[in-house]
Design a protein around this ligand. Structure first.
Ligand code: HEC
Length: 178
């Protein structure tokens, strides 16, 4: 081979080696990305599972899922937290457990965390318990509800104390006197 031929061969070889190194780097990068995706999916699955656990253990379904206490909790998860037309009537009027499948999926995770730490409602919603949850637990609840997706209609509107609700309701006794 003459000099020019040799140089050309060296260039081709160099190009090949560089190409292979590039391909290797690309493979590594996509492997790292796949690894990160798998870790992310695992973290997400863990958060969803924790959210499911918290929703069940904290009793959110007791009020926000139709028929849940009456059927000993035997309600398919697809029906959970769709709101309840069974009212709670007391000195505050009549309140209806909101459809959390609509309200939580309409908020970002950060919005939910801020909201959960600050909101107050009429009875018997235990908002005073919810605000003590840590941010990670609140995020897990949000992930779980988002994983279920939006479903159902809005719960009936609040009825003031002077009006009688049209649908069924649970009557609270008057608050204990001083
Ligand atoms: C004892 C019944 C009861 C339980 C238990 C309960 N809720 Fe509620 N919740 C209600 C009622 C009733 C309202 C509507 C209050 C109102 O209209 O002022 C409400 C309202 C809410 C709201 C505000 C409305 C909205 O869509 O933003 C959120 C958020 C909420 N509940 C989340 C939860 C979560 C999460 C749990 C479980 C940790 C839970 N609730 C447990 C009865 C309950």
């Amino acid at each position: 081979m003459n000099r020019i031929g040799l140089m050309a061969a060296a260039l081709v070889l160099g190009g090949l080696v560089a190409g292979m190194a590039g391909a290797l780097a690309l493979t590594r990068a996509s492997q790292a990305r796949a690894g990160a995706d798998a870790t992310h999916r695992r973290a997400d699955a863990d958060a969803v599972a924790r959210g499911r656990y918290l929703v069940r253990a904290m009793g959110c379904n007791d009020c926000h899922t139709p028929g849940y206490p009456e059927r000993n909790g035997e309600v398919p998860e697809s029906e959970w937290l769709t709101g309840n037309a069974l009212g709670w009537r007391g000195a505050w009027g009549t309140t209806y457990p909101a459809n959390l499948r609509l309200s939580l999926t309409a908020m970002s995770e950060d919005e939910w965390v801020r909201y959960a730490h600050t909101f107050e409602t009429r009875p018997p919603m235990p908002w005073f318990n919810l605000r003590h949850l840590g941010d990670d637990d609140l995020r897990a609840i949000h992930r779980f509800v988002v994983s279920l997706g939006p479903k159902g209609e809005r719960a009936p509107a609040y009825v003031p104390p002077t009006e009688t609700p049209k649908g069924p309701y649970v009557q609270f006794p008057a608050p204990p006197g001083p």
